[in-house]
Design a protein around this ligand. Sequence first.
Ligand SMILES: Nc1ncnc2c1ncn2[C@@H]1O[C@H](COP(=O)(O)OP(=O)(O)OP(=O)(O)O)[C@@H](O)[C@H]1O
Length: 825
Amino acid sequence: MAKRRTSTKTPLNSSDKKPSIFAYLKTRQAKTILGSFLILFSAFLCIAFISFFFNWQEDQSILTEFADKTVRSKNLLGKIGANLSHFFIYTGVGIAAFILAYQILLTGWYILFKKKFSSLIISWNWSLLAMIWISISLGFVYNKYALLSGVVGFEINEFLQAFIGKTGLVILLTFFLIAYLVLRYKVTFDKHIETLKIKREEREARKAEEQVLSKTAQEIVTPPDKTTEKIETVPLKTDQKEKSVVELSLEKQQPTISKYSDVTAKKEEISLNVDKTSGPVLKTEIPKEEEQEVEMEVEIDVAIGREEEHSTENLSNQLVKDFGEFDPTLELGNFKFPTFNLLKQYNESISIDPEELEANKDRIVETLKNYKIGIAEIKATVGPTITLYEIVPEAGIRISKIKNLEDDIALSLSALGIRIIAPIPGKGTIGIEVPNKKSTIVSMHSVISSKKFQESTMELPIALGKTISNETFVVDLAKMPHLLMAGATGQGKSVGLNAVLTSLLYKKHPAEVKFILVDPKKVELTLFNKIERHYLAKLPDVEEAIITDTTKVVHTLNSLCIEMDNRYDLLKAAMVRNIKEYNVKFKQRKLNPNEGHQFLPYIVLVIDEFADLIMTAGKEVETPIARLAQLARAIGIHLIVATQRPSVNVITGIIKANFPARIAFRVTSKIDSRTILDAGGADQLIGRGDLLYTAGNNLSRIQCAFVDTPEVEKITDFIGSQKAYAEAYQLPEYVDDESGTSLDIDISDRDKLFKDAAEIIVTAQQGSASLLQRKLKLGYNRAGRLIDQLEAAGIVGGFEGSKARQVLVPDFIALEQLLENEKNQ
Ligand SMILES: Nc1ncnc2c1ncn2[C@@H]1O[C@H](COP(=O)(O)OP(=O)(O)OP(=O)(O)O)[C@@H](O)[C@H]1O
């Protein structure tokens, strides 16, 4: 039985293995060689053809003696020229063979200058038809000269005349000529009549214009005392008149300057109305700028022509112009983000107790003195729960010496949670973190309302809490790209998870992010049920969006893998590298939704109590998690995995390797700290949200923001009360081995679209459900069922993991036979 999976295989893969000769033929060099060859070959043919017309009779006798060196041909291009010409002209299509030479020249030109081949193919088709028509027509008109029509034209002529007679042949040839002109050059009778009409109107307009011009010229030329009658009665030819206007106006323009300007004004008017044929009359008079204007008009026409080539680009631009960029939030356009007042505010001003600071400083200095470590300088930075004492040791003191004294210093300060950082990276000082006697709560309100968070442009910003210097600490989950959270029970893990989710709820629209929540403890994340139709994603036909059951977790993880494969297919089709670029392209309407493209929300999978899952499901959970962790970053699937038990059999090597971002709350042993962070330190935290964060390099000590259950409830109520989507975001269906459909599917039980599906699969030679989904516009379930039925019928092979199934039927005929045989059984 088979799992239904979406394939990631594409036809492109096959092209990777093409022999290198094909790859070489696509190179510029090969194209230059081929293009040049064809152009020269066309010249060769032309010369041979022309020479053939003069020497064909003499050369006819030597055609059979091709191999004989002593026999010479009269053709300029020798025996090859004579033979080729004989073949194409005499036995071929006669004089029309020149069209062939022209087409070869055109092909060479197209190859050389990278033109589109589609128009070349059209040109070839038309040329072949023209060659046959010309050859038949010439055969009909000059049937005595076989050279003009060639044997082809002559024979077809004879044949047609025997059936339809001479008159019939004339009618037939005329019909083909009309059809050719109409189809190829779009010539129609009404168009022709219209052109004639326009031409007549133009002629009349020109006459009128000439009359105006000659009249005006006469006004300038003829002194007031002269009569105009004489000039009017002398009929002049158009060009004569043009000349006279030009010459006269140049000579005699001085006396009446005002009139001259009148003339130019009139001429300008005319120039706007008359057609291009009247251009020359005015050209000598038009000032240079006006000429440029006329030229510019032509250039504009050319530019429009060029734009049409980029039709997809234009279409998307046009769509964006007409409808604006695609707005994924439009369906929930009135959605309101939760307000700050839903979050509690605490007194968060850090109280500095100078006595405490002084006492701690004295103790540190004294302890170090006991070990003969002198201090040159000491500086304190007071944070919400911790104060950092930065020490600059006296010259000559080895840092490793201080590092080794960590436990002794902690003992003499008699305080829990002391951590020594020697040296502080990038600072050259040694840090000693000492917990404050009175810690300050870092509220979610303070971090969410901070400028840093509000103004962040991150994809998935998370306000984790505050640093030791009381700065809000914001990180991007999209960059992490997965997060591992661990800590002993009661140290603030659940609060931390809520802080992460709250951050995203305050910053991301339901269209932009979806959560998959796995909560084996069944109590921690239940509040998020209220925002199921806004923010949650779930498997189809599953009631509860929050997953508590191990089997469902396995199904969901595998379904996420399918979603991942699907998304990679979409990214590949869109030719982008990641979800961000994909969504930008989609918003710009450059991706067609009819081809399966859609706006992709980020998916955040949160697993609370990962240890529990690993204990019950082991590899079944670990494998898809590892796969997702390795591959899902580019397509916007991010994992947050939390566990109480940070032992190596829970946080295995493969998982750790793919979770570079880690958060450690307080743990009970150094070993646990090492398991989580690959470093000590988490065992020295003070709990209650005190955490160490690493993204693969430095450790940062953060006080996690505190958000309690009533606050989360208020936020989810606020969101839940707003208009939601019809249903939660649907993940692809996953059918595992046990629940898979039987392969003995009865022929009568087959889907209506079975035959269509079989034809699609056989044509594409690719057995994938997603192909059927796209082509037949089906849901995943139905496409999956069809694939099962195709497998049962022996049309596609079995399930092969992430690869597309093999197609077992090579072509249509074999498919027809197979289906026919089935019916007869
Ligand atoms: N950031 C914080 N600031 C202040 N107090 C906190 C913070 N985080 C947790 N606490 C305190 O610690 C208690 C336990 O926190 P939380 O429930 O998150 O622990 P946990 O690690 O999830 O425990 P478990 O694993 O048993 O669920 C909270 O009830 C709260 O009083």
